[in-house]
Design a protein around this ligand. Structure first.
Ligand SMILES: C[S@@+](CC[C@H](N)C(=O)[O-])C[C@H]1O[C@@H](n2cnc3c(N)ncnc32)[C@H](O)[C@@H]1O
Length: 312
């Protein structure tokens, strides 16, 4: 299978963890960037990252880079690219544009010029052209401007992968799912779970940490509850390959429940937020695995002279 280049975005500070995680899917590092990692690998590895990455936000398939020192230069680069490979002629697309420079001072203008270049390319071919759909497009074109260069790609994830589909209700100040996963990885939770350890979050709020901990310990793919990804109507999509990866994820989730299951518990003093956590646990399919309870916890803070007992 031929190799492609991907730009995978993540929260700032998570780049090194993400690079390690992506290498387990077969995506080799090219370079790290602020809030993202450039990698290369097969489409299968890209699909695997969409389904299994606990740390990524978005996975962009890199297509090309063009000069963009002015709006016209940007347009000229875009209009000469082969968009039929990436956007269905009878389908729809949207452009997300990030960055600005002296000539392209706002993202709306940048997105407009990219869109014009794409549409004109189809019209120059003499055939039908895709429509623009800002809300529910078939394909999302990602455009990232860095000084005088514009990087263009297809957003294969289609949504931020931190949204796993289980957390529609939140408490106060909820942790993003991929940040919770990063914390757990930095704390060595996967190794602790494999060595027979248990997990408790004494101030669990809507349950993000304990749910992410459970999904890691039980080998559950974080994207397995997602109904839609950005590649499904992309002309390069390989449905059979994707189906086989989804089936593999279901099998692993089933097998994960057959082995040793750690004790996983979350407590919170607020019974309303515990009700929210419980709904999230049910949506994640973890009701027989994770225990939550309304309970106030005592917080111990250690300082040089000794412990201070207090309430959070
Ligand atoms: C920042 S929120 C936790 C958010 C959580 N990580 C999430 O993603 O939803 C802090 C939680 O701690 C709880 N809390 C504060 N003091 C507590 C205590 N002494 N015992 C139990 N829960 C406490 C609050 O009710 C609140 O839900």
């Amino acid at each position: 299978m031929s190799k492609s280049v991907f730009f995978v975005t993540c929260p700032k500070g998570v780049e090194y963890l993400l690079a390690d995680e992506l290498s387990t899917f077969g995506l080799d590092p090219v370079r790290n960037a602020p809030a993202g990692v450039w990698v290369e690998g097969s489409l299968e590895a890209g699909y695997r990252a969409c389904l299994w990455s606990r740390l990524a936000n978005r996975l962009i398939l890199h297509i090309d880079e063009v000069d963009a020192n002015s709006g016209d230069q940007l347009y000229d680069g875009v209009v000469h690219m082969d968009w039929q490979q990436h956007i269905p002629v009878h389908g729809s697309f949207r452009v997300t544009f990030l960055g600005q420079n002296e000539a392209i001072r706002n993202t709306q203008y940048g997105a407009q010029r990219v869109k014009d270049g794409i549409v004109d390319r189809f019209q120059a071919n003499g055939g039908p052209r895709p429509s623009v759909d800002a809300k529910n497009p078939d394909v999302i074109v990602s455009a990232r401007l860095n000084r005088g260069r514009l990087s263009l790609g297809i957003d294969l994830s289609g949504h931020s992968l931190h949204m796993r589909g289980y957390r529609t209700d939140k408490g106060i100040a909820p942790l993003k799912e991929n940040l919770a996963a990063a914390l757990l990885m930095r704390a060595g939770w996967p190794e602790i779970a494999a060595a027979g350890g248990d997990f408790v979050d004494p101030m669990c709020g809507s349950g993000t940490l304990v749910i992410e901990a459970a999904m890691m310990a039980l080998d559950m793919a974080p994207g397995r509850k997602q109904e839609r990804f950005g590649f499904e109507k992309w002309p390069g999509h390989q449905p059979e390959l994707w189906l086989s990866l989804r089936q593999e994820a279901e099998r692993r989730a089933h097998e994960g429940k057959q082995g040793r299951i750690p004790r996983l518990a979350g407590f919170d003093q607020d019974s309303r937020v515990i009700a929210t956590a419980w709904k999230n646990i049910q949506r994640a399919g973890l009701e027989s695995i994770v225990h939550v309870e309304a309970r106030r916890s005592t917080l111990w803070i250690w300082r040089v002279t000794g412990p201070i007992r207090g309430w959070c």
